[in-house]
Structures are given as structure tokens and as C-alpha cells.
Design a protein around this ligand. Structure first.
Ligand SMILES: *[C@@H]1O[C@H](CO)[C@@H](O)[C@H](O)[C@H]1NC(C)=O
Ligand SMILES: *[C@@H]1O[C@H](CO)[C@@H](O)[C@H](O)[C@H]1NC(C)=O
Length: 352
């Protein structure tokens, strides 16, 4: 067996090694700082973030599929962009009140009129979709499905497992203050069709045993390709949203296009007319036409003055050139004289 190699002596490489160690230390600190900053600036997910959407849609379907007692007619849920935009718009108000637009036609969705809503308000740095949704589902412990009664409020639970809802859209918004919570996050889920919550949320029974005629069974839930088709309402957003998002629908695009076209046509027309009729006068010029006529002789004089000025300049330049030449000649003469003097001095030294 080999003896353990002696550690390389630090003497020769001590300086670079020190430098490297310092660099490493510095990089470590930088990393920790960046990590800190990252934790501080933890961004809440955008309402169209795919991971966020998958998280809350899948969790809803999981909880709905595993209700106890078993449900016979709960529908499979899919994402809806309009519902999540409504959730975003109301979340921005940083209020713990219920969204008053949910029951009004076309105010919360382009197709549905009755929208359900669940809201979670908590600390921003404690938010996850899972924590919020499970907190709603926990209200189940207060609910008795035998006699459809609740020991306290369990409307959030009922909405999560409401059998007829099949569209969902959620959004989370940071709020500096909501009620007594500072640095809060407001998480809202909107459901369509919403539940009146005045009956049992579903009929207990064997999974999918009471689905509609053309439904299939997906994850113990009634699914239907037509019903579950995801429609992306590109240009729809709640009218009452403040500040309004910048959305340009086909009408807006058409207006923009026509305006640009009109502008271009006008500019071209002006340019063409000006080049064809260079003597055309504007309205103001026509009003002062008499003055324009009087001004003309002055202009001619100005031009003459201009020509005179140019002549003067040329003459001045010529003078300057001549002076320069004279100066150069003088310098040359001086230099020649200097050389002669030096020669004389040398001759004197030789004689000495
Ligand atoms: C409903 O049923 C539960 C348990 O079966 C019972 O504790 C509760 O008091 C009932 N509520 C009403 C309003 O009858
Ligand atoms: C939803 O559940 C209620 C109560 O159990 C039931 O009367 C209704 O028919 C169900 N609707 C659908 C579409 O399954």
C-alpha cells in the first residue's frame, strides 16, 4: 500500500492560493446574498403561469375525486382564463369582501352569469396554492352531508366539491395590507357555474354512477370533451378592472390600421401637392400676400449682400495666405543665418 502523499507545501504557491481562497469566500458570500434577495423577492405566480394553473386545477380534481362519502355526480374541472382574470381584477382591490360583480351578466365572464368564489388571505411569504385550497377543504369537518347542515361556515368546502362546477380560474395578488394582515397575499378562485350552496354539494353514491348520458369517467369524475374544451378568451377582461390592461382586439387593430392609413395618405397628398405646385400659398400667407410682395426686393438685396460677403471672405483668405507665405520666408532666412553663425564659431575653435 502506498503511503499517504505529503500535502503540497504552501510556501511557493501561498499567494495565489490565498487569492483563490479569498475569491471562493467572496463568491460564497455573494451566493448567500443572492439567495437572501431571492427569498425576499419571492414572486407570486402570474395567473397564466402553467405550473400554477396545473397545481390548483389538479388539486381541485384530486379532492373532488376523493370526497367522502363517495360522490356519484361530481364534474371534472378545467382551467378558464376569464375566471382567472376576474380573480386577478378583484384581488387587486386588496379587499376581503366578496366580489359584487359575480352575479351580474358579462361582468365576471363572457359566457357564465353565476360565478362562485373562494378567497384565502394570508401572509405573502406563506402562500402556496395547496395550503390555501386545503384550508378550504378542511371546512369539511364542520359539514354533515346527512342533513346538509354546517356547525359554522363551510361555504368554501361546498364550493370546492360542488358537483355542477366544471370551470375554474384562480389568481394570487400581493397586498401591502388587508385588514390587520400586512404584506398579505389574496388568493381567489372563481368557479363556473357557481354553486348557490343551498343544497348538498353532490349526491353520495358510486363514482360516476350518475354522470350525464355522454359523459366519461376521468379520475372518478364526470368528464366531457365538449364541456371541458379550454377556450382562451384572448380579448376579454373584466370591464371594471383598474388599472385597465392594454388589450387590442380586432376592432382596436382595425381602428389603428385605418388611422395609420389616413395619416399616410394625408402626408403623401401634401408632399405630392407641394412638389407639383411649389408656388401654392397657405391660408396665412394668402392673408398677408401684399406684405409678401413688398418683402421680395429686400430678399434680393439680402442675396446680393450674401454674394458680396462671400467675395469679401475670399479676399480676406487670400490676404492671410500671403501673410503666411511671407512669415515662412522670414523663418527660412533666420535659420540660414543661424547655420552661418555656427560655422563661424567652429572655425574660431579650430583656430584657438
Ligand atoms: C346533522 O347531523 C349531525 C350528525 O349526524 C348532528 O350532529 C347535527 O346536530 C345535525 N344537524 C341538524 C341541524 O340537524
Ligand atoms: C348535483 O347534485 C345535486 C344534489 O345532490 C343533484 O340534485 C343534481 O342533480 C346534481 N347535478 C348534476 C348535474 O349531477
Amino acid at each position: 500500500t502506498e503511503a499517504p502523499r505529503p500535502a503540497p507545501e504552501p510556501s511557493a504557491q501561498s499567494l495565489p492560493a490565498m487569492g483563490r481562497a479569498l475569491l471562493k469566500l467572496w463568491l460564497c458570500e455573494l451566493w448567500v446574498l443572492l439567495l437572501d434577495a431571492g427569498v425576499d423577492a419571492k414572486l407570486l405566480p402570474h395567473e397564466e403561469d402553467v405550473y400554477f394553473i396545473n397545481e390548483y386545477v389538479n388539486l381541485h380534481n384530486e379532492l373532488r375525486g376523493n370526497v367522502f362519502p363517495q360522490g356519484s355526480n361530481l364534474r371534472f374541472m378545467t382551467w378558464d382564463v376569464a375566471l382567472s382574470r376576474t380573480a386577478r381584477a378583484w384581488g387587486k382591490k386588496c379587499s376581503h369582501e366578496r366580489n359584487p360583480y359575480l352575479g351580474k351578466p358579462y361582468m365576471a365572464h363572457p359566457k357564465f352569469n353565476d360565478i362562485g368564489e373562494n378567497m384565502w388571505i394570508g401572509l405573502e411569504n406563506e402562500f402556496t396554492a395547496s395550503i390555501a385550497i386545503r384550508s378550504w377543504y378542511k371546512e369539511k369537518t364542520r359539514y354533515h352531508i346527512e342533513n346538509d347542515s354546517c356547525s359554522r361556515d363551510c361555504s368554501n368546502y361546498k364550493q370546492v366539491v360542488w358537483n355542477t362546477s366544471y370551470k375554474i380560474g384562480c389568481a394570487v395578488t400581493p397586498c401591502s395590507r388587508v385588514g390587520h394582515i400586512t404584506r398579505a397575499a389574496v388568493f381567489i378562485c372563481n368557479y363556473a357555474p357557481g354553486g348557490a350552496l343551498s343544497r348538498r354539494p353532490y349526491t353520495p353514491g358510486v363514482d360516476c354512477s350518475q354522470c350525464n348520458k355522454y359523459d366519461r369517467c376521468t379520475d372518478y369524475l364526470c368528464s366531457n370533451a365538449d364541456r371541458d374544451e379550454v377556450i382562451y378568451y384572448r380579448f376579454w377582461y373584466p370591464r371594471w378592472e383598474v388599472p385597465r390592461p392594454i388589450v387590442c382586439d380586432p376592432l382596436c387593430l382595425l381602428t389603428f390600421f385605418l388611422r395609420t392609413l389616413c395619416f399616410t395618405v394625408c402626408v403623401t397628398a401634401v408632399l405630392v401637392i407641394q412638389s407639383r405646385f411649389p408656388n401654392i400659398l397657405l391660408g396665412e400667407e394668402m392673408l398677408f400676400a401684399s406684405e409678401v410682395v413688398e418683402v421680395k426686393p429686400e430678399k434680393v438685396e439680402e442675396k446680393e449682400e450674401g454674394i458680396k460677403g462671400e467675395k469679401m471672405k475670399k479676399e480676406e483668405e487670400d490676404k492671410e495666405k500671403k501673410e503666411e507665405e511671407v512669415e515662412e520666408e522670414e523663418e527660412e532666412e533666420e535659420e540660414e543665418e543661424g547655420e552661418e553663425e555656427e560655422e563661424e564659431e567652429e572655425e574660431e575653435e579650430v583656430e584657438g
